[in-house]
Design a protein around this ligand. Structure first.
Ligand SMILES: O=C(O)CCC(=O)C(=O)O
Length: 308
């Protein structure tokens, strides 16, 4: 019940939202690991069960090496390690969407990122993807789960899959993910990207990042989106890596550790990108509504990855 007492007592709802805001700030810093540890303790046995499922996945020396690189540098190029036919299936779906761009962008639920067009709305039922969708199948491939899982020492949770078409913004003013930021969805956030168009130079708006080591000074900052000047004052521009790579290149980045930005598309250019986002369970914030709906037979491992 809400208590109203001429400003003497704070209403309960307000207290909860103040508490949430405080927790949100705390979780963005290294103190968030305490939240993570506390939540993990509340689910005794769950982590060991997930680790056992991870152990059932096949392993390869090159996947282990990729996992170590992800741990050390915060990113790894996996173009040669991912299943090419699954990537091709993603590209086929994406190409079809782009060929119907006008039709789909008219239908798009308006978002805040004017330089991003979300093309997958028509594939969702109550906000959820079918588990046999090529975007989901790509994200569930053993190589991806093994590389990210060995880094997390836990079977990852697939949080989302996304297709984004980035286009030039009319006024060229940078906003949101065009500015430097860390992802704070959770303490470990690994994004698996596939370029679905060639990204040949800066004009194509490459995914651009600073590896984990030089990104460290920004770990406990409460600033959310920063300009080049703010970032380079601490790191210098030499730490910056631009992902310049051809269509179907794939890479994994721990976006909670590596400062990053992208989609700074110059006129007459555009960029099509697939993203699968993985976190480590249990999520430090309340679970959002289900993003996947079971279609066909799923293994226990797949169900656990998608929380189905
Ligand atoms: O558009 C880009 O390259 C940046 C994407 C990004 O910031 C993200 O996926 O977290």
């Amino acid at each position: 019940m809400t208590t109203i007492d001429a400003g003497v007592k704070t209403p309960k709802k307000q207290k909860i939202s103040q508490f949430r805001r405080l927790l949100w700030h705390v979780n963005r810093t290294d103190l968030g690991w305490l939240t993570k540890a506390a939540l993990t303790t509340l689910q005794p046995g769950a982590r060991a069960k997930r680790a056992a499922l991870l152990g059932q996945l096949p392993s390869k020396a090159e996947w282990s090496e990729a996992s170590r690189n992800l741990d050390r540098d915060g990113y790894v190029d996996v173009s040669q390690l991912m299943d090419r036919s699954l990537a091709q299936a993603v590209a086929t779906v994406a190409d079809d969407k782009v060929s119907r761009l006008n039709e789909l962008s008219d239908k798009q639920k308006l978002g805040h990122k004017s330089f991003w067009v979300s093309l997958l709305d028509e594939d969702l039922v109550n906000g959820a993807f079918a588990t046999d969708h090529p975007f989901v199948r790509y994200a569930l491939q053993p190589a991806a789960l093994r590389i990210i899982g060995d880094f997390m020492r836990d079977l990852p949770q697939l949080s989302d899959v996304l297709l984004t078409l980035s286009q030039p913004t009319p006024d060229q003013a940078l906003s949101y993910s065009q500015l430097w930021h860390l992802d704070h969805d959770d303490k470990r956030v690994c994004k698996l990207f596939i370029y679905l168009t060639d990204v040949q130079n800066t004009a194509d708006g490459p995914f651009t990042f600073i590896p984990a080591g030089p990104s460290k000074p920004f770990r406990n900052t409460l600033k959310s989106h920063m300009s080049d000047a703010q970032v380079f004052a601490k790191t210098g521009p030499d730490a910056v890596k631009e992902m310049i790579a051809p269509r179907l290149s794939a890479f994994i980045v721990n976006t909670a550790r590596c400062l990053h930005m992208g989609s700074r598309i110059q006129s007459d250019h555009s960029r099509l990108l697939y993203t699968a986002t993985y976190i480590q369970q249990p999520r430090i914030y309340p679970e959002p509504p289900a993003r996947f709906r079971a279609v066909g037979t799923l293994t226990e491992l797949e169900r656990t990855v998608m929380r189905l």
